[in-house]
Design a protein around this ligand. Structure first.
Ligand SMILES: [Zn+2]
Length: 224
């Protein structure tokens, strides 16, 4: 049974829908969110809209200033690079903690999740909106499995911000290994912290390293 009051339930629904619409690109980074338009769009009162925007602000997805009002956050490339450094630190720490402390049973569950995610991503492509959310959910589950709520919370905040910004920057369709995430969990299962850390590092840098290699190959080919 849901013990929350109807207004709490409504507020959670609007928060969820607005978050999905923002990350799906219905509102662009930097776009103004006009409260009276949101009231119409979601068919709720202004106080419910205010509550949802307050929660989204806590997630780092919108920002409100007195002069300008509420907007979808828009990170510069430098800002994104900067946040990525912290995101990488969190994810590599997650890899180390799981390698050292996760039970065999936890890792077996994660491997099963990874198998499903990889199958899904091979079908949908890695930049599909729905696929991006499933992908994010898997990385958050890794963080959650460490037992440290702060790792999950911070990763979620940073990943959502990156997701909504990068959606507009590039639309990549890189070929990924078919067992991209299974490789990660299998690295944790070998209980070698250094190797697990490197596997996560390579995972996070897959796209830029692939492109760098590709660009280098293209240059070599054109000069030969
Ligand atoms: Zn991944």
């Amino acid at each position: 049974m849901d013990k929350r009051s109807p207004s709490q339930t409504k507020s959670s629904r609007v928060y969820g829908e607005l978050r999905r619409d923002i990350t799906a690109g219905a509102f662009r980074p930097g776009e103004h969110l006009v409260r009276r338009d949101l009231v119409k769009r979601y068919g709720v009162s202004i106080s419910i809209v205010n509550e949802a925007l307050g929660r989204l602000s806590g997630d780092g997805l919108v920002e409100t200033t007195e002069m300008i009002g509420t907007r979808v956050v828009s990170l510069s490339e430098e800002g994104l690079r900067d946040e990525f450094a912290l995101r990488e630190a969190v994810e590599r720490h997650v890899a180390r903690v799981l390698t050292e402390r996760a039970t065999d049973k936890q890792l077996a569950t994660l491997l099963e999740d990874a198998r499903m995610l990889d199958r899904w991503m091979n079908e949908l492509g890695h930049d599909d909106g729905q696929g991006s959310l499933l992908h994010l959910e898997f990385h958050l589950k890794l963080a959650r499995t460490t037992g440290f709520a702060s790792l999950e919370e911070n990763l979620k905040r940073m990943s959502m911000r990156a997701l909504l910004t990068t959606r507009w920057l590039k639309n990549l369709r890189l070929p990924h290994p078919e067992d991209f995430h299974q490789q990660l969990v299998q690295a944790f299962m070998r209980r070698d912290v250094v190797a697990a850390d490197e596997t996560m590092r390579a995972h996070l840098h897959y796209a830029d390293e692939y492109q760098a290699k590709h660009a280098a190959g293209a240059v070599a080919a054109s000069t030969s």
